[in-house]
Design a protein around this ligand. Structure first.
Ligand code: ADP
Ligand code: ZN
Length: 220
């Protein structure tokens, strides 16, 4: 599976499963998983100058100012490991960020191969986010259900992300609809969009993505 270098964006509402799918794809294909949410949370946890500036936005479920994010992503994309392919998860999130990315890529000699849009109905999103926990040990995302009190991967304790509280979830969905959903049309017009049905198990969704990226992989 390795050796097929691709530069991808993974798009979808909060709770669509972007992070889970992106992590697995990055592992299986040796691409860099570039999650702006993870980068910001790490900066906040470490108390870096960036972390201090962005903390209140992230906690409230608001977007961090475009310029900060663009600088962060621009710097990351210049690091050599991105040369073997990357998955942008959580960026771009506004039309302005998408335009800036368009301006940035040619100068870095990077060509965008595809935008994966993980489509999940709204009611399922709210349901998933309100049951979403993160492992305090390994960072794995876990969808809670009766009987699950620890991480299935490592047995670590489960915690809720501060921005997954119910009021903040509703707010983030509104922010997504207003700012990020327009990107679907934008990438559709550029003929880069691959729409993936995001319902069902993580395994099922993963198989759909892999088939969409490489239609020959299953001999279909
Ligand atoms: P989710 O996709 O589950 O909403 P993320 O981990 O992608 O969560 O993002 C968490 C938060 O980080 C966002 O609510 C926002 O505050 C901030 N953030 C992440 N990426 C961006 C971005 N590209 N532009 C602005 N803010 C961002
Ligand atoms: Zn764990």
């Amino acid at each position: 599976m390795t050796g097929s270098r691709k530069n991808l964006i993974i798009l979808g509402a909060p709770g669509a499963g972007k992070g889970t799918q992106a992590k697995r794809l990055a592992g299986d294909f040796s691409w860099v998983h570039l999650s702006t949410g993870d980068m910001l949370r790490e900066a906040i946890d470490k108390g870096t100058p960036l972390g201090v500036r962005v903390e209140s936005y992230v906690k409230a479920g608001d977007l961090v100012p475009d310029d900060l994010i663009i600088e962060l992503v621009g710097e990351r994309l210049q690091q050599p490991d991105c040369g073997s392919g990357f998955l942008l998860d959580g960026f771009p999130r506004t039309v302005r960020q998408a335009r800036k990315l368009d301006e940035l890529l040619p100068g870095l000699g990077i060509h965008l191969d595809a935008v994966l849009y993980i489509r999940v109905p709204d009611d399922l999103i709210v349901e998933r986010l309100s049951r979403r926990f993160t492992c305090s040990e390994c960072g794995q995302m876990v969808i809670g259900s009766a009987g699950i009190s620890e991480c299935p991967e490592c047995g670590g304790g489960l915690m809720r992300r501060p921005d997954d509280e119910p009021d903040t979830i509703i707010h983030r969905l509104g922010v997504y609809r207003e700012n990020t959903r327009p990107l679907i049309d934008l990438y559709e017009a550029k003929r880069l969009l691959f729409e993936i049905d995001g319902t069902g198990s993580a395994e099922t969704v993963y198989d759909r993505i892999v088939s969409a990226l490489d239609p020959d992989s299953k001999g279909e």
